[in-house]
Design a protein around this ligand. Structure first.
Ligand SMILES: Cc1ncc(COP(=O)(O)O)c(C=O)c1O
Length: 386
């Protein structure tokens, strides 16, 4: 007799992970003296956690303190430090009581979605998008409503697009700077979207995980524009602490207690030692600014050289460490295109199919968080490749 499997079992893979596996296999197949694979498919900083964060973790471990569970929302001192961060970066007063420390932004999404929405609810988001938004929503029985965006709006949604949604969605997810495009909602645009959400009873979820890695645009948090928005952030990107699995949310008052109850049941707490390290990371801005300076240098180099290598339709690289390239002039099958690029140049990049299920076959995402020397080498390999 067949035994039932749940809806979660139909969640599609996060395909970038498969591309990473292909790049690993390619690297393993190369002669040790051959030029190695350049990793432009991964979305994680090549740098480790900042020194002050590592020191704080080591100090805490050396004292042999038990490192037991913390409160579900995290150590009080970390929550207070995050509140202070909002004061310093955005001039925004957020009480520490509204801050929930989570197991990365990934740990925040199911909590936010379950607290804010019910199965069957419609949640809008721009495509191209970070694939887990759609995959998690679907696993939870919620309906993603895809709003196609293009270069004309820097691959970001706007109020006119949202106004056309009929029926109105229950929620909206935005990401600025975004993955895969590296584009931003400028402060006025984000505020207009937040106002539209409030006026239309739509819960805004703002993924701000790439804040801190922006180049020329000013930064705004959705928390400043709406008291109803859920802000998701993380120590994975600007703070360069991906594997420490630590992030946070700024919650609206009405979701604080529901999210806390769910976090107690689902996760108990974020990793304790990572919470200690994360608190210290707020004192490491000088080191982190150097990382951002490297990204900027790589970005400038790519924007100069990639068009000469035939990648001439690029998203404006305003933040994060991604460039989204329209390769339709060269291929209509970005997965095959990336596979050929990996085989012939040993440069790994991600096909757009993960980020956009209807148009992604025409796009490739280049990530430039590797060392500058690697990025420069990648561009010289691509320059001669057709
Ligand atoms: C837009 C976006 N949101 C969330 C995440 C998940 O990050 P975390 O490591 O904090 O779980 C990523 C990771 O790449 C991302 O690109």
């Amino acid at each position: 007799m067949a035994i039932k499997v749940g809806r979660g079992a139909t969640a599609p893979p996060f395909m970038v992970m498969d591309v990473i596996a292909a790049a690993n296999a390619r690297q393993a197949s190369l002669h040790p003296d051959a030029p190695g694979v350049i990793r432009m498919e991964v979305g994680q900083p090549g740098t480790g956690a900042p020194e002050g964060a590592v020191e704080a973790a080591m100090r805490a471990l050396r004292t042999r303190q038990p490192m037991g569970y913390t409160e579900a929302f995290g150590r009080q001192s970390l929550r207070a430090r995050i509140a202070e961060h909002y004061r310093q970066w955005y001039g925004l007063e957020v009480p520490a009581s509204r801050i929930a420390v989570t197991a990365g932004a990934s740990g925040a999404f199911p909590l936010a979605f379950l607290a804010a929405f019910d199965p069957g609810d419609r949640i809008a988001l721009a495509s191209p998008f970070y694939p887990p938004y759609v995959n998690i929503l679907s696993a939870l029985g919620m309906q993603p409503v895809i709003v196609e965006t293009g270069l004309d709006t820097r691959f970001q949604p706007n109020v006119a697009m949202l106004d056309r949604l009929d029926p109105r969605p229950h929620g909206l997810i935005v990401a600025s700077p975004s993955n895969p495009c590296g584009t931003m909602l400028h402060p006025g645009e984000l505020a207009a979207i937040a106002r539209w959400c409030d006026a239309n009873g739509v819960r805004l979820i703002s993924d701000e995980i790439y804040h801190g890695i922006q180049y020329d645009q000013p930064l705004a948090t959705a928390g400043a524009a709406s008291a109803h928005a859920v802000v998701v952030n993380s120590f994975s990107k600007y703070f360069s602490m991906t594997g420490w699995r630590i992030g946070w949310m700024v919650l609206p008052e009405d979701l604080v207690r529901p999210v806390e109850c769910m976090a107690q049941n689902m996760f108990i707490c974020a990793p304790h030692v990572s919470q200690i390290a994360a608190e210290a990371a707020f004192d490491c801005h000088a080191e982190l600014a150097e990382n951002v300076a490297h990204y900027r240098r790589s970005r400038d180099h790519l924007l100069r050289i990639l068009p000469r290598a035939g990648f001439d339709r690029l998203s404006p690289a305003e933040g994060a460490f991604y460039l989204y390239a329209d390769v339709s002039g060269r291929s209509n099958d970005s997965a095959a295109f990336c596979a050929r690029m990996l085989t012939e140049t040993s440069v790994a990049a991600s096909p757009g199919v993960d980020f956009d299920r209807t148009r992604g076959n025409r796009f490739v995402r280049f990530s430039y968080c590797a060392a500058y020397a690697d990025i420069a080498e990648a561009t010289s390999r691509l320059a001669g490749w057709r």
